[in-house]
Write a protein that binds this ligand. Sequence first.
Ligand SMILES: [Zn+2]
Length: 232
Amino acid sequence: MDLLNTLLEIQDLDLRKSEIDKQSTSIPAQKKDIISSLKKDKQIYEAFNEQQKEAEKACKELTYETDKLRQQKAKIMIQSGDTKDNSTYTKLVKEADSYDSRIDDMESTFLEHLDKVADIKSKKKVIAEQLKTMIGKIEQDIKDLDRRHKNLVESLPDTIAKRKELAQTVDEETLIDYERIFKSKGSFRAVIVPITHDTSCGFCHIKLSKKDTSSAAKGLGKCLECGAFLYK
Ligand SMILES: [Zn+2]
């Protein structure tokens, strides 16, 4: 294989390695993002749990208070039945009756809270379903990411070995020059590029001189502006 094609192949492997490294390092962050998307729904669910607890506590307290009022009323009714005095009797019955509206109010508040509990429960059910679906999807996404990561990592030694083998056939000076340029341009872009159809550098797009193009035509040229390797 001639120098140009060997270098192009080395570049391909270098680009692949950069991509593997980039994707490998981004995978933990991707996982974190996926998991944090659950957080919001979980928080909503927790908030409903709290609301339900409060409404249930209110129901319990109202039941207790209503029972207390009923007992007090019953006591007064017994007292009124025992009394021989007519005016005391009337007074006691009136007092007992006054409990009714308070008991009614408490019962309607109790029903309101009971409705609230039912409403919260149905909202929780919807969110629980959403969470279940999301968790299923997340588990699958994480599995896919792990598989991708594994494949990437597994392909790395092969890429490195092939690259090493090819690098041995290139003269040291050219190789060091290529590696320096590749790294200086961020390691994600090809720095061995064809001359464009309008005789510009394929990397920085500067118009090339005749001298530059003729050296590229012979095999491997260089852009004096950006350092890219040029070929025709
Ligand atoms: Zn250039």
